[in-house]
Design a protein around this ligand. Structure first.
Ligand code: ADP
Ligand code: MG
Length: 368
């Protein structure tokens, strides 16, 4: 076979399937867009655990009429103009891939949006599989903000659709887990917090609220809303700061030391409480939920110095200069490269041990 270019429509479908790999990433992309739009209230409505439809309603900025045509085109974004901007990017999105990918992966994608100027009347936009506006004729009542509705996720990819149908409840559970992390995000920032509501509707029976936070900005309130008042009984505030020395061969433009803060909550030692599971460990970098296996290990190892039998419940936001981490590693942006990571981990362990030690010597806890 001779070498030929793949046609544009096929390329679009191929790459889209890598951006949105499952229900969890689909919901994550929509919620991130709402947060990027400055929403203070986000509602996620599933039908049949996401098999039927997924709807995300926010009170963010809305989309301006001039942007309707480009909003779901691949690599069209309002968040990044040149590659260099990535060193300072603070938004969740920046590649302009999510909406265009979802258009290729769902039976239908509809957006109802209104900016301050259009409210209380919004415009309904329907997109085709390539992210082009199919129709923009509809008008509907809408306060400022955006509603994105997807139906039949993965309908164009039969194998993946079958898998989603087979594992609907498990996939839904994973999506809920991720939404919990996003419901905690703004708490570590100083911007007041976001009200989150997540509900699911089955064929029979009504709509069931799965998760709800008030959005009053306190991390304690969010934890209580997510897991009940008991969850707050045994946690203490985590607030440490340290300097990390740049490793050999460091980037010239970086300062020789980086100031790092770690803020959040960590559970006290609870002798006799049995094993704590590690599924309540939420790590963030500058407010972005991510997988940081080495940092997570550092938390668990340090904790084990004081408590041999338990792993901590931990919510920790690692705050560092944006140009000392690279978030453009994986399509889902959950893998992050941290500059001088080994030094950071050593410094974190030392600082964390000192902090945990002070809980021990205060009235807070005992050893395991
Ligand atoms: P990215 O987030 O990387 O920019 P997306 O495909 O997720 O790419 O979104 C494309 C653009 O659509 C965004 O840059 C933003 O301008 C607009 N957008 C998407 N969702 C919303 C929303 N909920 N509110 C306001 N604008 C939105
Ligand atoms: Mg996005």
């Amino acid at each position: 076979m001779s070498i030929q270019g793949i046609d544009a429509a096929s390329v679009h479908r191929l790459t889209s399937g890598q951006v949105v790999t499952d229900l969890q990433t689909c919901v994550k992309e929509l919620v991130e867009n709402s947060l990027d739009a400055g929403a203070t209230s986000i509602e996620v409505r599933f039908k049949q655990h996401g098999l039927g439809s997924i709807e995300v309603i926010d009170n963010g900025s809305g989309i301006a009429p001039a942007d309707y045509d480009s909003v779901a085109l691949k690599h069209y974004t309002s968040k990044l103009a040149t590659f260099d901007d990535i060193a300072s990017v603070r938004t969740f999105g920046f590649r302009g891939e999510a909406l265009s990918s979802l258009c290729a992966l769902c039976e239908s994608v509809t957006v109802l949006t209104a900016t301050e100027d259009e409210a209380p009347m919004g415009t309904v936009l329907e997109f085709d599989a390539r992210g082009r506006v199919k129709s923009r004729s509809g008008k509907a009542a809408r306060q400022r903000g955006t509603t994105v509705t997807l139906t039949k996720l993965f309908a164009p990819l039969p194998v993946r659709r079958k898998d989603l149908e087979k594992n609907a409840k498990r996939e839904f559970g994973k999506a809920l887990g991720l939404l919990q992390a996003y419901a905690l995000v703004p708490c570590s920032k100083e911007n007041g917090g976001v009200r989150f509501t997540v509900s699911n509707q089955l064929d029979v029976g009504g709509r069931k609220v799965q998760l709800q936070t008030k959005g009053n900005g306190s991390i304690q309130a969010a934890v209580t809303a997510l897991w009940g008042p008991k969850a707050m009984e045994n946690v203490v505030t985590l607030d440490i700061a340290f300097d990390v020395e740049a490793e050999r061969g460091a980037l010239k433009r970086l300062a020789p030391t980086t100031h790092v803060q770690v803020k959040g909550l960590i559970s006290k030692f609870m002798p006799g409480c049995g094993r704590q599971s590690s599924d309540r460990q939420y790590l963030f970098v500058n407010g972005r939920p991510c997988n940081l296996s080495k940092v997570q290990k550092a938390f668990n190892e340090t904790y084990r110095l004081f408590n041999a039998t338990q792993t901590p419940f931990v919510i920790a936001d690692i705050i560092l200069p944006t140009d000392t981490c690279d978030i453009n590693v994986s399509p889902d942006k959950r893998t992050i490269f941290l500059h001088s990571e080994s030094n950071l981990i050593v410094a974190l362990k030392v600082c964390l041990a000192a902090s945990l030690h002070s809980f021990l010597t205060s009235a807070a806890g005992g050893t395991g």
